[in-house]
Design a protein around this ligand. Structure first.
Ligand SMILES: [Zn+2]
Length: 254
């Protein structure tokens, strides 16, 4: 532990909710109050939020202490109504991964989740102007490791083109739906021209060791601030915590 090297924390969130009544069975939310408490902690402790665009010029030896990347998967409308005001209040940015050819979370509704609207083009444009970075998360939220390679290619490439059209910017990162990754999928990503791809809780501990499978740290519903502090410390991904992450990984649904 003594010589443990600081590791840039890339946090993983999905929804922001006001009340417990809004949630489904998947633990893919944090409460608005919890989110604000976390952002306030980061502000008070002089953290700054960076994005994958900042990593384009970065080197492994750069100093990332007090730096953090906040990522939000699927592009739920609550990212505009609840998260965006908080980001503005604290002067932070984030990375939001868009599912570009669905208007609702159809992949989850079949499993009994509430139907949730995804961000509109207008909402995306406003957040894009503010400086939020948008990444690609496929067209229809398919597990890429479970579909034919040509279909996976289309899901990736068409989504990247959609995000570029929505933002007017090159797409810098991609998130694998359900964390579904295999060799072929990574190879498709490598050829897509997008420089970074994030997984859920798999991949090496350092951001630069595999840019096609960058590990993220999930923030859980109702998580205590003490646990959050540990996750953003840069020393969370030790061998011990990796073991804990793996032991629960197959139960987590994204
Ligand atoms: Zn997702």
């Amino acid at each position: 532990m003594k010589n443990e090297k600081h590791k840039l924390p890339i946090l993983l969130y999905h929804r922001i909710v006001k009340n417990k009544s809004e949630v489904g069975k998947h633990k893919i939310y944090v409460f608005e109050k919890q989110m604000e408490q976390q952002l306030a902690y980061l502000k008070e402790n002089n953290f700054s939020t960076i994005t994958f665009k900042d990593l384009l010029q970065a080197k492994p030896d750069d100093d990332f202490s007090r730096k953090i990347i906040l990522t939000f998967d699927d592009g739920y409308e609550d990212n505009y109504t609840l998260l965006f005001p908080l980001l503005k209040k604290y002067g932070f940015t984030a990375v939001i991964y868009l599912v570009t050819r669905l208007k609702k979370n159809e992949w989850d509704i079949a499993e009994g989740e509430p139907a949730l609207p995804l961000l509109t083009a207008e909402q995306i444009a406003e957040m894009n102007d503010y400086g939020i970075e948008f990444g690609a998360h496929t067209c229809t939220h398919k597990a890429l490791n479970e579909i034919k390679i040509d279909e996976a290619k289309g899901e990736i490439e068409n989504c990247i083109a959609d995000v570029k059209k929505l933002t007017g910017k090159n797409v810098v990162s991609f998130a694998y739906p359900f964390g579904g990754i295999n060799k072929k999928v990574k190879e498709l990503m490598r050829h897509s021209g997008v420089p970074f791809a994030v997984s859920t809780n798999t991949g090496p501990m350092n951001w630069y060791d595999d840019k096609m499978q960058m590990r993220r740290i999930e923030v859980r519903p109702g998580e205590a601030l003490g646990s959050f502090k540990n996750k953003v410390s840069g020393f969370y991904l030790t061998k011990k915590s990796i073991y804990t992450l793996f032991s629960t990984s197959n139960k987590i649904k994204y």
